[in-house]
Design a protein around this ligand. Sequence first.
Ligand code: TMP
Length: 213
Amino acid sequence: MNNENLKNKYSGKFIVLDGPDGCGKTTQVKLLAQWLNEQGVSTECFRDPGDTAIGEKIRQILLNPEHIAMSTAAEVLLYMAARAQLWEEKIAPALTQKKCAILDRWLSSTCAYQGYAGGFGINQVIQLATDSLKMPWPDLTIILDVDLETSANRLQDKPDRMEAKSREYHQKVREGFLKLARRQKNFLVVDATGDIETVQKKILQLISEVGFT
Ligand code: TMP
């Protein structure tokens, strides 16, 4: 695909990279944005939760290891609140300017963590998102799939409140992502167990080949 086609294809598109903790999505978001910029596609990257003053405060509440009492329902509502703010303040304006918005996590995370692993229910999370977000589903979601051993080796020694949850919880998070990818449109799964360059190549191949429905 030449640069002009790629530019047309990705301008004003909403792309999400998501997956279990330690899947490498933050690195891959940066590399993808860099590559798209080199192809002439104007991009903006955001992390969810975060990247707004309100969202960063909500993120601190969510990830503070002292907040062990937080219920799954409270998690769902706080993640969704940060996301609604991020859409309004940052993503919608970027898309209006025909930029390609690349997100580090999105609704798929709430489905996998709180909906599936936390037991809130994937359908219940989606219902809430449909009622509270203007664009619950991105144009494309790429799930970076890793096993627990690989992700544990990639994580830092001081886990945040979500990373500190049990092995069983994180196993279910992975299953939740794969389950969601099977049932949702515009979801692709990449094996992210390889090194950074190998995973990047796989992502770029999908980005070049995928068609939007
Ligand atoms: P991050 O460090 O990858 O930015 O994500 C912060 C943590 O929050 C990570 O452990 C995953 C978790 N999380 C959820 O549990 N639900 C969500 O909806 C999102 C976006 C993240």
